[in-house]
Design a protein around this ligand. Structure first.
Ligand code: HEM
Length: 411
């Protein structure tokens, strides 16, 4: 459209010397060309939306379809294969079918359900903290802590017995690795599905107070869903909740260790942990590869025309760094605001993250408890420019977070 000739390769790569900032061209586009065509591959292009209000408007409008099978869907560069079981994933479906499926899992993630799970989440985190003390220093907190916690928590919600959580975590790790060959991915998927089938058989024999039992009793046995759909639910929850939450925990710890003045404000009670978590969710936007859509008809977004069949990337990362909405958003400027920032890190509209209440608690408690237990914890390398992000995962996160824990706090 007029005045916007840009056509660039779409990338989420940050500037090399500032690996925790958004790509520089996002800021340029927001001022010069807020909606611009980007190239995803030799043959595929999409509209990149960069301003907060426009991104929110796209996400709010279900006529922007989430069905990845539609022509024009801008799937390139997104994690996850197109295994047949993916048909069960409501993240890739539109209302009203999407709404019907989503409602089946929502009860396990309401604020009340998460409040009921708080005691277990706390215990899972303390157990991981206890285990850290026994490890040789320095410790990599990504593997030993950040990624382990969401895995423990989702395993418990689904009803995976404690004796199987390690196997569950190994199978999950494989499933979320995006550097596998198609054959390896099929193998990983088959191994995960075999595990799920075992769990379904176990829950039939010994029903529990857990999500898999509930879905079997209320949905599978009533004929509302079939086995593939149930597998799709389990896989979606694992894919959606694992590296996102784990990535945020490690980035949260790193962020506060790099900003001791802000950590001091939290410790003295001058700022709240809840607000700090929201600000970290905003600046890091770990699901930045996330929301993609295709226009199901000719549509208009705040005056901008999108034609039926055109792909759209409503960038939550760019929206969350929009200078018209927020103050400075570079990592080096990290400041915990007084008020909770409203952001799009969990998306918006019909597909807004199902697990957001859970993620907030997991990230908040995991980051707060480790900094309480190890008040003198130090980064082995504290140079931001040396930070390595994971290339083997679909969501944003640190490859490792090496720390010297230092002595544990008394009591
Ligand atoms: C959807 C981000 C944690 C399960 C989404 C979406 C975003 C997001 C941006 C919207 C996708 C779209 O519009 O296409 C995050 C972030 C997390 C997180 C940043 C952690 C920091 C979790 C957890 C779970 C979860 C812990 C569950 C255990 C889901 C599911 C959807 C979803 C099932 C699909 C919702 C739908 O299509 O209706 N998430 N997520 N997420 N998330 Fe999360």
């Amino acid at each position: 459209q007029p005045g916007c000739p840009h056509l660039r390769q779409f990338t989420l790569a940050p500037p090399a010397e500032r690996p925790l900032d958004e790509p520089d061209y996002f800021g340029e586009l927001r001022t010069e060309c807020p909606v611009s065509k980007v190239k995803l591959s030799e043959t595929k292009e999409a509209w990149l939306f960069t301003k907060f209000d426009d991104v929110k408007a796209v996400l709010a409008d279900p006529r922007f379809s989430s069905e990845s099978g539609r022509d024009g869907f801008p799937i390139e560069g997104q994690p996850g294969g197109l295994h047949p079981v993916n048909v069960g994933m409501f993240i890739r479906q539109d209302p009203p079918f999407h709404t019907k499926l989503r409602r089946m899992v929502v009860p396990a993630f309401t604020p009340k359900a998460v409040a009921d799970a708080a005691e277990f989440i706390e215990k899972a985190i303390v157990a991981r903290l206890d285990a850290l003390a026994a490890l040789p220093q320095p410790v990599d907190l990504v593997e030993a802590y950040a990624i382990a916690i969401p895995s423990d928590v989702i395993a418990r919600i689904m009803g995976v017995p404690a004796s199987e959580t390690e196997r569950f975590q190994q199978l999950t790790e494989r499933l979320v690795t995006i550097t596998l060959t198609p054959d390896e991915l099929d193998e990983a998927m088959d191994a995960f599905i075999a595990f799920c089938d075992e769990m379904i058989a176990l829950k039939r024999a010994e029903p529990g107070d857990d999500l898999i039992t509930q879905l079997i009793t209320d949905r599978l046995d009533t004929g509302e869903i079939d086995r593939d759909r149930l597998l799709g639910f389990i896989i979606l929850l694992v894919l959606g909740g694992h590296d996102t939450t784990g990535g945020m925990i490690a980035l949260g710890i790193f962020t506060l260790l790099k900003h001791p003045d802000q950590l001091a404000l939290l410790r003295s009670g001058q700022r709240s942990w809840g607000v700090a978590v929201e600000e970290m969710l905003r600046i890091h936007s770990v699901a930045r590869s996330g929301p993609r859509r295709v226009a199901s008809e000719d549509l208009e977004v705040n005056g901008f025309q999108v034609r039926a069949g055109e792909g759209v990337i409503p960038s939550v990362l760019s929206a969350n760094h929009d200078g018209e909405k927020y103050g400075p958003s570079r990592f080096r400027d990290f400041t915990i605001p007084e008020e909770r920032p409203r952001h799009l890190a969990f998306g918006f509209g019909p597909h807004q993250c199902v697990g957001q209440n859970l993620a907030r608690v997991e990230v908040g408690v995991a980051v707060e408890r480790i900094l309480e237990r190890y008040p003198n914890m130090r980064l082995v390398d504290d140079r931001v420019e040396n930070v390595q992000v994971r290339k083997d995962r679909g969501f944003w996160g640190l490859r490792e977070l090496l720390v010297d824990l230092g002595p544990a706090a008394e009591g």
